[in-house]
Design a protein around this ligand. Structure first.
Ligand code: COA
Ligand code: AMP
Length: 641
């Protein structure tokens, strides 16, 4: 039995590469089309590929209305569980349809039509899902910005996406702190060159935001006054959303997602990767501001007719490390998807999982982890205590769904710790060297994907076709460059080891050290700087800054460190978790002047490393090690000769 399902998966994968049009045309039958597509894959403008050209659909119709028409109106679409406000609320598909149609009407009343952008700055409440779906209903393009970003980052995204309307809430709640969103939004709009026509604000009981007459509109009043809006047919290739993600500079990349390919791919993944059926409860413990939230809190479960859980809390502290188990029991969650860091947080508080024993997890079937490398310790811990498959799968904001994973709905391959298992259908994964050649199995190189990418992946970057080509397609012609390094073993398992660029992963959140360096170098006393990601038991990595001061600066170093830490918090946001910095005399560089960040990181993590052949002055490395020791890093580092 198990051998035949393994063979079935192999066949699926082979077919998806040899006959992508046939493979994805079959998957497209699960989506309701207003107008059938003319071609499954249009490669006439390669390397820009488009899926399901000529087809028309509406993503909101497929995620909501269709299920009501099919008799799921009374079924829960959303369960909102908020330990921080002591709220549990269930919203049926019929109620969701009503709320979304009304809010779409409210957006339209503020001038939003097909193709217009709407920016969302929202906490983890059901209204965030409603607002996203309302945009999809109108054919408007949403761009959700994570609540932990500061006004400056928000302003950058406002300028780039030029939204007609911004939707926000008066506050978010971080464990027991009320985070006022509206003043941050007002500051961002003040900073931005582009001004939205209107801001719709949901007033939460915990905080009443002050409103700007003429511009700001109350959510409840606007929805009550609105004429419910019907689903607007859009082209399969029209954008559904823009989601900004960290690039190598302070200017984030606007990843574009289309409607048709996205709906087809996500619906397919729910059955084949996650093994989730309509009517089941699926929980992605992430945030709507990240791609995991877009794909697996909102679209995939709702396209499936499943129940999605919107959780406003943390794995620990709301109120304790048993929260996840309580939610799983109370709402009969079958599948949980979160980042390894959440499990490290739980494991740290409750190493023997004593709290787990209080709950009945008999409905629970599988745990999926992504967002960062799953460390074997955490994986073992979760397996030992939960006694369900624990699946590491690898993906990116750009891809929208898993590049490699373990397809639970088809076959559960034996788990190898440290590997995100096998490439999923549609993904022709290759590991290449700098000469653009495939490396032997087991050798590390740049992980690339042979074009075309499957449906649901980014067709381009918002208003930046050239940047899209330069960032992902230029270095390895004919391939998509993932930006991750790793290897494939003899059994075809993919191991993702590290980024090849200056992106770091902090608590499953993707951040650019380049963006942080831009902030540090704007400090008046800083001559040059470097930011690296150092290993952290809880968050996987945390950023650490090095600053060299301008000649003649004699102010106390502690003051300068405090100031740069505050500057990153103010300009990028608390999510960057930039709390550590060191003042050093000089930075290690190559003879051509490139800062040796990789070497500094290895010294910090007490890892083995080779003296870079091109280093200009090896004598700087012991200085860096000494400085790092003052913060508890570089514990055992011996500088090689
Ligand atoms: N709005 C405002 N501030 C936010 C925020 C939001 N939506 N989300 C996070 N922040 C703030 C936090 O309050 C914290 O601020 P602080 O420096 O004042 O304490 C800072 O940003 C860092 O947040 P975070 O990295 O989440 O750290 P944490 O200590 O609050 O929680 C974990 C650590 C591991 C429990 C948490 O990151 C987590 O649950 N992660 C797993 C799930 C996940 O989000 N994965 C993402 C992709 S799958
Ligand atoms: P994001 O775009 O925020 O989803 O971050 C994507 C990046 O996170 C990837 O390029 C990887 O570096 C990392 N990542 C995500 N999932 C995994 C995983 N399962 N294993 C290793 N790295 C991962």
């Amino acid at each position: 039995m198990s051998q035949s399902t393994a063979a079935l998966f192999d066949q699926m994968h082979a077919r998806s590469l040899s006959d992508p049009e046939g493979f994805w045309a079959d998957a497209a039958k699960d989506i309701a089309w207003f107008k059938p597509y003319d071609r499954v894959l249009d490669d006439s403008a390669a390397p820009f590929y488009r899926w399901f050209v000529g087809g028309e659909l509406n993503t909101c119709y497929n995620a909501v209305d269709r299920h009501v028409e099919d008799g799921r109106g009374a079924q829960a679409a959303i369960i909102y569980d908020s330990p921080v406000t002591q709220t549990v609320q269930t919203i049926s598909y019929a109620e969701l349809q009503d709320q979304v149609a009304r809010f779409a009407g409210a957006l339209r009343a503020q001038g939003v039509e097909k193709g217009d952008r709407v920016l969302l700055y929202m906490p983890m409440i059901p209204q965030s899902v409603v607002a996203m779906l309302a945009c999809a209903r109108l054919g408007a393009v949403h761009s959700v910005v994570f609540g932990g970003f500061a006004p400056h980052e928000l302003a950058t995204r406002i300028n780039d996406s030029t939204p007609k309307v911004i939707v926000s809430a008066s506050c978010g709640i971080e464990t027991n702190r009320v985070i006022k969103y509206k003043p941050m939004l007002d500051a961002a709009i003040e900073q931005a060159d582009h001004k939205p026509a209107h801001v719709i604000v949901l007033q939460r009981p915990q905080e009443t935001a002050s409103m700007i007459p003429g511009r700001d509109v109350d959510w409840v009043e606007a929805a009550a006054a609105a004429e419910p809006a019907a689903c607007v047919p859009v082209a399969a290739t029209d954008p559904l959303y823009i989601l900004y993600t960290s690039g190598t500079t302070g200017q984030p990349k606007g990843v574009v997602r289309d409607n048709g390919g996205h709906a087809v791919a996500l619906r397919w993944t729910m059955r084949n990767i996650y093994n989730v059926q309509p009517g089941e409860v699926y929980w992605a413990a992430s945030d709507v501001g990240w791609v995991v939230g877009h794909s697996y809190i909102v679209y995939a479960p709702l396209l499936t007719g499943a129940t999605t859980l919107v959780f406003e809390g943390k794995p620990v502290g709301t109120p304790d490390a048993g929260t996840f188990w309580r939610v799983i029991e109370q709402h009969k969650v079958g599948t949980l998807f979160t980042a390894p860091t959440a499990f490290r947080a739980i494991k740290r508080e409750d190493p023997d999982a004593l709290l787990l024993k209080k709950y009945d997890l008999s409905h629970f079937r599988a745990l999926f982890l992504a967002g960062e490398r799953s460390d074997p310790d955490t994986l073992h811990w979760a397996e030992d205590h939960l006694k369900v498959p624990v699946i590491d799968h690898w993906w990116q904001t750009e891809t929208g769904w898993a590049i490699s994973g373990n397809p639970l709905g088809v076959h559960l391959f034996p788990i190898k710790y440290g590997s995100a298992t096998r490439p999923m259908p549609g993904w022709d994964v290759r590991v290449l060297n700098a000469e653009l050649q495939e490396v032997p199995r087991g050798d590390i190189g740049a992980i690339c994907v042979k074009l075309p990418l499957p449906p649901g992946t980014l067709p381009t970057l918002w208003n930046a076709d050239e940047r899209f080509k330069k960032s992902y397609l230029a270095d390895y012609p004919g391939y998509y460059q993932t930006g991750d390094a790793g290897f494939i073993d003899d059994d075809g398992y993919v191991y993702v080891m590290a980024r090849t660029d200056d992106i770091i992963n902090v608590a499953g959140h993707r951040l650019s050290t380049g963006a942080m360096e831009e902030v540090l170098s704007s400090h008046k006393d800083v001559a040059e700087c470097a930011v690296i990601g150092v290993a952290d038991d809880l968050k996987g990595q945390v950023p650490l800054g090095f600053v060299c001061l301008k000649a003649g600066v004699s102010r106390p170093h502690e003051d300068i460190v405090k100031e740069v830490v505050q500057m990153v918090r103010d300009q990028i946001g608390p999510v960057a978790d930039f709390k550590r910095a060191l003042v050093v005399e000089r930075l290690p560089k190559t003879r051509s002047g490139k800062i040796l960040r990789g070497t500094m990181q290895k010294i910090a993590d007490s890892a083995d490393y080779k003296m870079p052949a091109t280093i200009d002055d090896p004598g700087i490395l012991p200085e860096i090690a000494e400085a790092l020791k003052t913060l508890g890093y570089a514990k055992t580092s011996a500088i090689p000769q």
